[in-house]
Design a protein around this ligand. Structure first.
Ligand code: FSX
Ligand code: SF4
Ligand code: F3S
Length: 393
């Protein structure tokens, strides 16, 4: 019991200190830690470890480079409310070089970068925002007389971790789209080694914060997939967690912007939504702390697949998405398995008509019924993922 009291006393004391340091009520601080722990997919109770790591205030030095981009990634971070970037700068990380936010300019700024790199050799985190132009020896982006290629190589050499933030740095993004006149490339391509990527245009600030806090809490970066994306944020298709998914399954689609279906919040698949082939947690965590449904589809716009190489900025908005992962709801009749043959368009249409579904439902239902054999489904999903991966390499 004595031991428990001691623990409570210590944590009360540190929380009080944090309250003063962050100028943030402790309830809000603990909520922030819990939100980050949930974003990282950590088990219940992990918020205590997160809080402890932040309380300890071992601020890692962060060098943040900007190349070919719109600065939307930084802008989106500025919109994170818990805590504000200002608090982040002052407390969670030590942002020693950031061209947009630092007061220094010119030689002073470059000196700050070199000093921070020297003082924190092997320990600093390098964050890269924007693609790197590689054509014509990289002359299309120079900072302080150095090309982006040289800068990223120089800064990565002694970094403890490299994080590519945004689609531009992760896979080339918007600047790399055809005809890619500057040879815009990703950080991993230029460094010739994998890095952690947080794609999205812009990416969700919580995914960045959670990645940094994971580094603080566990001393290592989170587990990633083969594209370098933290699994906690990019292991699910948007389509799997979309609040409009029930409409997709029932065949209720918006056919035009502003039509009755659109106004009633129907699925945006036929307006070109790329949620079925885009991996990201946008529907689960939303953007900008502005309340429920604050993400593209939630606001009535189809997902353009901004985080997914080969989809975002490549596929026309009017083109319907490949449905990578078909998971029909429980209540779907397993007609194919029971009858041993594929359902006809007429029978599917009849089911749709009986259910009183909209015209589009018949087509979707036929597609789904035609795929409802589990083995077929699995095979198609595997093939689709394989070709998607090929397209991404
Ligand atoms: Fe790219 Fe970030 Fe898109 Fe913009 O800078 S990911 S263009 S949001 O800002 O790099
Ligand atoms: Fe949501 Fe788009 Fe999937 Fe429809 S197609 S359920 S809008 S992610
Ligand atoms: Fe981008 Fe689609 Fe999310 S457009 S922000 S990946 S919903």
């Amino acid at each position: 019991m004595g031991n428990m009291n001691e623990i409570f006393e210590t944590s009360r004391k540190t929380l009080l200190e944090v309250e003063q340091r962050l100028d943030m009520p402790r309830r809000e601080f603990l909520q922030f830690c819990a939100t980050l722990a949930v974003t990282m997919g950590l088990p219940a109770g992990a918020e205590a470890a997160v809080a402890k790591a932040i309380e300890a205030a071992k601020r890692p030095s962060v060098i943040w480079l900007h190349f070919q981009e719109c600065t939307g990634c930084t802008e989106s971070l500025l919109r994170a409310e818990h805590p504000t970037l200002e608090k982040l700068i002052l407390d969670v990380i030590s942002l020693d070089y950031h061209e947009t936010l630092m007061a220094a300019a010119g030689h002073q700024a470059e000196a700050a970068r070199k000093d921070a790199m020297k003082a924190n050799k092997g320990k600093y985190v390098l964050v890269v925002e924007g693609a790197i132009p590689t054509k014509d020896n990289g002359i299309y982006c120079k900072i302080g007389g150095q090309t982006a290629i040289d800068l990223v190589k120089e800064c990565a050499a002694d970094a403890a971790a490299v994080i590519a933030i945004g689609s531009c740095a992760s896979w080339g993004g918007m600047p790399s789209t055809t005809p890619n006149p500057t040879g815009a490339s990703s950080v991993a391509e230029v460094l010739g080694k994998p890095v952690v990527t947080i794609p999205g245009c812009p990416p969700n600030p919580y995914n960045f914060l959670a990645t940094v806090v994971h580094f603080l809490t566990f001393g290592k970066l989170p587990e990633v997939d083969k594209l370098g994306r933290p699994k906690f944020a990019y292991s699910r298709l948007i389509h799997e967690n979309c609040e409009r998914r029930a409409h997709f399954d029932a065949g209720r689609f918006a056919m035009e912007f502003g039509d009755a279906g659109h106004r009633q919040g129907y699925c945006l698949y036929k307006l070109g939504c790329k949620g079925p082939e885009t991996y990201a947690n946008c529907p689960s965590i939303g953007f900008g702390d502005a309340g429920e449904n604050n993400w593209p589809v939630g606001c009535g716009h189809p997902c353009i697949g901004c985080s997914e190489k080969g989809v975002g900025f490549e596929k026309p908005i009017h083109q319907v998405a490949r449905v990578l992962n078909i998971t029909p709801p429980q209540q779907y009749p397993r007609i194919v398995e029971e009858q041993g043959k594929a359902a006809s368009f007429a029978s599917a249409a009849a089911v749709a008509a009986v259910a009183g579904a909209a015209a589009g439902a018949a087509i979707m239902l036929t597609r789904n019924l035609g795929l409802s054999h589990a083995a077929d489904e699995a095979e198609r999903a595997r093939d689709a993922t394989k070709s998607a991966d090929k397209a991404q390499v």
